[in-house]
Design a protein around this ligand. Structure first.
Ligand code: ZN
Length: 313
């Protein structure tokens, strides 16, 4: 099933609703960054959260969700645009907990710890339109990602929101785990279902609506359960908001997409000083640049470096 993101209004324009199934793009991110299971869950939740928050942006805007954690995972970063493109990474992809928490889930809170959540929105920087970016921050109060994003929206943007995000990992039966691994190994876990929802109260929404939504969420299965059951984004929203009054405004296919390229790698090296470039040429006969966001490597040859040096003359 392809990934899907829908954007809707509910209760006669009193609610702004977004829901997404992001299994494929999260699996790609985890494959690229070789994340261990708990880090995979943390990254998957953050990428999905970034897309949910990014869905309301204007055309050239971009949102960066940055969990600066004092736990072993370090930083968790997701950057999304309103077209459904997202990229991201964690500083320590091997941060992991072997034990599940009391709910039988990977203990994301244990790898996140405390810290600060920063959310930055900027517009048009890529094409030279510079507008002062908007940046808000709150302490990490939960460490479970979804709750922290809801806390940020309430505290920093004064938007009352319900956010639910789930990442399900299952044992991959097709993998034999290799010769040197026990039959059950964390390495055999695969990202099998990821998704989430965000419901926001628009200004003027009736107070009773908040109570109704809270009631629905309490009665609804946990987000991970809805994802496991294969619910579509629309069905997830129907569970949370109720079937009546939902109007789907937009639907798109979100994807993991990075803006790096070989040309950008060349530009980065061109911006270095002559000494540094000469040093790379002498010591390594080239240069290798790895993009943080997608873990793609770009190898620049000695000829590339000589060309850069020639342009500096
Ligand atoms: Zn990249």
């Amino acid at each position: 099933m392809p990934d899907q993101l829908i954007y809707a209004t509910g209760a006669g324009n009193q609610l702004r609703c977004v829901a997404a199934v992001t299994t494929n793009l999260v699996a790609e991110a985890c494959r690229r960054h070789r994340t261990f299971p708990t880090s995979s869950v943390a990254l998957g939740r953050t990428l999905t959260g970034g897309l949910l928050l990014g869905s309301g942006l204007k055309d050239l805007e971009k949102i960066t969700v940055h969990f600066h954690c004092d736990g072993p995972i370090g930083n968790i970063i997701a950057q999304a645009d309103p077209r459904g493109n997202v990229r991201g990474y964690v500083s320590n992809p091997e941060a992991d907990t072997t034990a599940m928490n009391a709910h039988g889930k990977f203990d994301v809170r244990a790898v996140v710890g405390g810290g600060t959540l920063y959310v930055t929105r900027d517009a048009g920087f890529e094409i030279g339109l510079f507008k002062e970016p908007y940046r808000g921050s709150v302490p990490i109060v939960s460490g479970e990602i979804g709750e922290d994003l809801a806390y940020y929206l309430a505290k920093s943007e004064q938007i009352n929101s319900a956010v639910g995000i789930g990442v399900l990992m299952t044992v991959d039966p097709s993998s034999d785990g290799g010769d040197h691994q026990p039959e059950f190994s964390l390495d055999r876990l695969r990202v099998s279902a990821v998704g989430g929802f965000m419901v926001q109260m628009l200004p003027g929404a009736e107070e009773s609506l908040i109570a109704q939504i809270e009631h629905n969420i309490k009665r609804a299965p946990h987000t991970t359960e809805m994802i496991r059951a294969g619910l579509t984004p629309l069905q997830i929203l129907e569970t949370v908001v109720g079937k009546t009054g939902l109007t789907v405004l937009e639907e798109r296919e979100p994807r993991f997409l990075c803006q790096c390229s070989r040309e950008r790698a060349l530009l980065i090296v061109s911006a270095l000083g002559r000494d540094e470039v000469e040093d790379m040429l002498e010591k390594d006969k080239g240069a290798e640049l790895t993009c943080h966001f997608c873990n793609e490597s770009y190898r620049l040859t000695a000829a590339d470096l000589n060309e850069i040096l020639a342009e500096k003359d």
